[in-house]
Design a protein around this ligand. Structure first.
Ligand SMILES: Nc1nc2c(ncn2[C@@H]2O[C@H](COP(=O)(O)OP(=O)(O)O)[C@@H](O)[C@H]2O)c(=O)[nH]1
Ligand SMILES: [Mg+2]
Length: 179
């Protein structure tokens, strides 16, 4: 059975992980050919997110918790990836927000793409069927659209439609090759 790891960085997401983790587990139970593990990377959130994470760890067998000091989202992901690849050894690693912005129902679709040969899958807001939240302010929409345009021009690659999406999955090997 292949293993997937969902890295969930958290900063003040106590209430959200209480909802999100059971949602993820309900969905992944329906794909028993994948062993899906969840790594919560919490940077000592003042709301005590780690206490909720510890409760979840007792309730479910697939929860891991990594604590650290706050150095921003990028560093939290790097720490999570390094720890996960060394100790959990997944075939696929997911990046996913813990704030309920990313729909866990899409996890099986990401994994299906990987099964069909993809190395890297992006949950895109800018393809048919994709969308950005209606409540986003005009400047957030602007930065998202312009940021994508700059990245496409910078890399001269127009096949990737959403460079700034935080919802993605990649093979662990791809991550290792890039580091
Ligand atoms: N561990 C950790 N998580 C963070 C940090 N900053 C943001 N996050 C988490 O990273 C995810 C994405 O952050 P968010 O504020 O939703 O980013 P946005 O959706 O791009 O506005 C959320 O789950 C946050 O709780 C940080 O410094 N450390
Ligand atoms: Mg978010």
């Amino acid at each position: 059975m292949k293993k997937a790891l969902i890295v969930l960085p958290t900063y003040n997401e106590r209430e959200n992980i209480r909802v999100l983790v059971p949602q993820i587990n309900e969905i992944v139970e329906k794909i028993p050919h994948w062993d899906v593990q969840i790594l919560i990377v919490d940077d000592n959130s003042p709301d005590g997110t780690y206490k909720e994470a510890e409760l979840l760890k007792k309730k479910y067998k697939n929860i891991h918790l990594l604590k650290g000091k706050k150095e921003g989202l990028g560093k939290a992901y790097l720490r999570g990836f390094e720890y996960g690849l060394e100790h959990i050894k997944p075939y696929v690693v997911f990046e996913m927000d813990a704030d309920l912005q990313h729909n866990p129902k899409l996890i099986p679709l990401f994994l299906k793409e990987i099964e069909q040969g993809a190395d890297f899958v992006i949950g895109s807001r800018y393809i048919k069927g994709g969308s950005i939240p209606k409540h986003w302010s005009i400047d957030r929409k602007f930065y998202s659209v312009v940021g994508n345009l700059v990245a496409s021009l910078g890399f001269m690659n127009f096949s990737v439609h959403d460079w700034t999406s935080g919802y993605r999955a990649q093979k662990g090997l791809v991550y290792k090759r890039c580091n």
